[in-house]
Write a protein that binds this ligand. Structure first.
Ligand SMILES: [Zn+2]
Ligand SMILES: [Zn+2]
Length: 333
């Protein structure tokens, strides 16, 4: 039941199904930032993955990639600010120990983060938020519009459902009955530790950064932006893993992609958010899935993708698939 509760967060069953299917395929090599033809990201402080699978790579000044991990190539990010730091996204429910191990590999055993920020409340991004927040004694922040989904509001789940929610998750949740449903939802709820991001874009404890609303995948999805060097942590609003093509998913192909259509609430808003991110002209695009994209061609690649997505919004479930730009980091294998 607890597992059902986690899945019910917002249609993650599709991801799980994809993982199960993908396991039938030959595993590829470990993810890393090797193989870039164009990227200029220096893996200055890469820690080797250990027994815990912990890995951390500096992708911009004071910004570290934790992951990608697993078949879904899920990322979290550690952002340092002076002597304090913040975690952006918290992986699946099983990712807590390796997120902690990755943070320790960079910072040692001492400092704990001042906060955990979520791009959105899906269980592959918020899954370990409660466990980590309790371990570190820190708050969790998300956009106000995301709070009902993160705190087990079944009516909100129905209101903001994506296709997979409508086809599978909601019928399943209704079928198990109210008491079991509420117990399942309570198991994955962030009630009591989740706070709304302050209005106006400011981020507590993260100087130089702001959040921008990038709805569509979910109603309260946000991106985190550092304006001075145009680093954008985009969550699932814009990915660097080709999740809208089965072949791309199964091969873990790195390339720009809109959010997975099957777990996206409002495709029109999602396309608009891709354009908002393109307008930021990112120099580093750090997505929720896939290897970060960096280098002199990044802004142009994102712009081209946004324009093609806008022009042909009906292909592949609302997001036209394009191949990654030359030099997009690829998973070695
Ligand atoms: Zn998502
Ligand atoms: Zn995701």
């Amino acid at each position: 039941m607890k597992r059902i509760g986690i899945l019910a967060g917002a249609g993650s069953l599709a991801v799980v199904a994809i993982v199960l299917v993908a396991r039938r395929w030959r595993p590829r090599g470990p993810a890393g930032l090797r193989g870039r033809a164009e990227g200029t990201v220096d893996a200055a402080r890469r820690a080797s993955p250990g027994a815990t699978g912990a890995s951390a790579t500096e992708i911009a000044q004071d910004v570290y990639l934790l992951g990608p991990w697993g078949r879904t190539q899920t990322n979290a990010y550690l952002v340092a600010d002076g002597s304090s730091w913040i975690l952006v996204d918290a992986g699946w429910g099983s990712d807590g120990p390796r997120i902690q191990a990755a943070a320790r590999s960079l910072l040692g055993p001492g400092p704990t983060p001042s906060a955990i920020l979520l791009t959105h409340a899906h269980p592959d991004h918020a899954g370990s938020a409660r466990e980590l927040a309790q371990a570190w004694g820190c708050p969790v922040y998300a956009h106000p519009a995301e709070l009902p989904l993160a705190t087990g509001d079944f009516a909100a789940m129905a209101r903001y459902a994506g296709p997979l929610d409508r086809w599978l998750i909601l019928p399943l949740m209704r079928a198990i009955g109210r008491r079991r449903r509420e117990a399942a939802l309570a198991g994955s709820s962030l009630a009591g530790i989740l706070r709304p991001l302050p209005s106006g874009g400011a981020i507590p404890g993260m100087g130089g950064w702001e959040w921008i609303h990038a709805p569509g995948h979910t109603p309260g999805h946000v991106a985190y932006v550092r304006a001075h060097d145009r680093v954008v942590i985009s969550g699932d609003a814009l990915l660097t893993l080709e999740v809208n093509a089965w072949s791309g998913l199964l091969r873990q192909s790195q390339g720009l992609s809109g959010p997975p259509w099957y777990t996206t609430w409002d495709r029109g808003a999602a396309v608009a958010s891709i354009n908002v991110i393109a307008d930021l002209e990112p120099a580093v695009l750090a997505a929720g899935h896939g290897l970060p994209l960096a280098g002199p061609g990044t802004a142009a690649a994102v712009r081209a993708f946004a324009e093609r997505t806008t022009l042909r919004p009906r292909r592949i479930g609302g997001f036209r698939r394009v191949r990654g730009p030359r030099g997009c980091p690829r998973t070695p294998g």
